[in-house]
Design a protein around this ligand. Structure first.
Ligand SMILES: NC(=O)C1=CN([C@@H]2O[C@H](COP(=O)(O)OP(=O)(O)OC[C@H]3O[C@@H](n4cnc5c(N)ncnc54)[C@H](OP(=O)(O)O)[C@@H]3O)[C@@H](O)[C@H]2O)C=CC1
Ligand SMILES: CC(=O)[C@@H](O)[C@H](O)COP(=O)(O)O
Ligand SMILES: [Mn+2]
Length: 357
């Protein structure tokens, strides 16, 4: 397989599964974590390696190292593997997803931004999602009973217990204190603003079709999804907060060995559920409109990435991320009719948000 984003949180877990089940790794793609990449090369012996910056090539212990976005596409084009694990972060992941599908490969997709921005133009029949909630839904839907509603859970993120009046002064360091999951910087910020859950509702829409979707907070991240069936039953997917289980299924389809310790509900003691409110999570106000026109995820994704970059650079406050997303969503009401239009809208929205700083 080809692993894009091998040095990140999902990439490292994907390689742990590859090692445990002796899965072949043909190519590794990483950004700046060259020491970690060198350790991965030594263990998995890939034929190809791609990194973000040409200047780092001499530091990589491999005879066949390329750099840059075009090189990622070239490796997908030329490598033999039928499986691409896309664990890149952000809109950068979209072209590789499209290229892999164009080449007839299957995509184990952690890069949710691909579906958020361009789900209407992606053939999801060859997508194997790597996201705990969608894995949970898929696991529950493995039966032929009519479904009424699907609910995914949110942890509530770093600020779920903060006094509302303090949110405006929240720092990057504060936003990165996720209560349950250890993940990359961008998705951890998205969890704090609840943008991650809006993204996941869109992801569910593209993966499972036009149905009734919602989200609630479950503070321990042990229940990942619920399905309400037409007969009045509700089932829940319970598993530890560890991505190796969803990754194992995405890579192998069938898993017969134990990947995680089962959750001991007596030790857990109790679970707590909360509503997701617009007061604490202002992006939640666009949920209904976004689910009515999910193609507008292209606008939301671009505005969010541009605003997060400003927040990380210390130019805007935490709540300004949500303000910019809502502002851009109201300003750009165009629905992209093609993937080319998604790229054009992405550029326009980034320029719009950039001009706000
Ligand atoms: N982490 C999780 O548990 C989950 C993550 N996801 C999604 O999976 C994706 C990855 O998340 P996560 O693993 O947390 O993110 P990380 O930030 O931990 O990892 C991102 C990876 O992308 C690489 N990368 C970044 N920029 C470039 C570039 N220009 N060229 C090549 N490689 C690059 C990074 O390299 P380097 O580090 O070397 O710079 C790193 O390997 C995101 O879309 C996220 O939303 C979905 C569900 C759960
Ligand atoms: C592990 C995973 O799937 C993440 O997407 C997780 O859901 C993020 O946590 P939040 O529930 O806080 O968004
Ligand atoms: Mn998730």
């Amino acid at each position: 397989m080809i692993i894009l984003g091998s040095t990140g949180s999902i990439g490292v877990n994907a390689l742990a599964i590859a090692e445990r089940f002796s899965l072949n790794v043909e190519a590794l793609v990483a950004g700046n974590s060259i020491d970690r990449l060198n350790q991965q090369i030594a263990k998995h012996r890939p034929n190809w390696v791609v990194i973000a910056n040409e200047a780092d090539i001499p530091r990589v212990n491999h005879p066949n190292v390329l750099s840059g976005e075009e090189a990622i596409l070239r490796v997908i084009e030329e490598a033999d593997s039928e499986f691409v694990v896309n664990a890149l972060v952000g809109f950068l992941g979209l072209r590789p997803t499209l290229k892999a599908l164009e080449r007839g490969k299957k995509v184990a997709l952690a890069n949710k931004e691909s579906l958020v921005a361009a789900g209407a133009f992606i053939d999801t029949s060859r997508i194997h999602p790597i996201d705990s909630e969608h894995f949970g839904l898929w696991y529950l839907l493995n039966e032929s009973r009519p479904v009424k509603k699907m609910t995914i859970t949110a942890s509530g993120g770093a600020f779920r217990d903060w006094p509302l009046e303090k949110l405006a002064a929240a720092t990057l360091e504060d936003a990165l204190k996720h209560p349950n999951w250890s993940m990359g910087q961008k998705i951890t910020i998205d969890s704090a603003s609840m943008m991650n859950k809006l993204f996941e509702l869109l992801e569910a829409r593209w993966l499972f079709g036009e149905l009734d979707y919602d989200a609630i907070i479950e503070t321990r991240s042990l229940i990942h999804a619920f399905v309400d069936f037409a007969d009045g039953s509700t089932t829940a997917h319970i598993a530890g907060a560890n991505m190796q289980l969803p990754i194992a299924y995405a890579l192998m389809g069938k898993v017969e060995e134990q990947i995680l310790e089962p959750v001991d509900l007596l030790k857990v003691g109790g679970l707590e559920f909360r509503e997701i409110t617009q007061e604490r999570y202002p992006v939640w106000q666009i949920k209904e409109a976004l689910l009515r026109e999910p193609q507008r995820g292209a606008v939301v994704n671009a505005a969010n990435e541009a605003a997060i970059a400003q927040f990380i650079a210390g130019k805007i406050g935490f709540l300004d991320i949500s303000r910019r997303v809502v502002d851009a969503f109201e300003h750009f009401d165009r629905v992209p009719g093609s993937v080319e239009e998604v790229f054009a809208i992405d550029e326009e929205v980034r320029a719009y948000v950039g001009a706000m700083s």
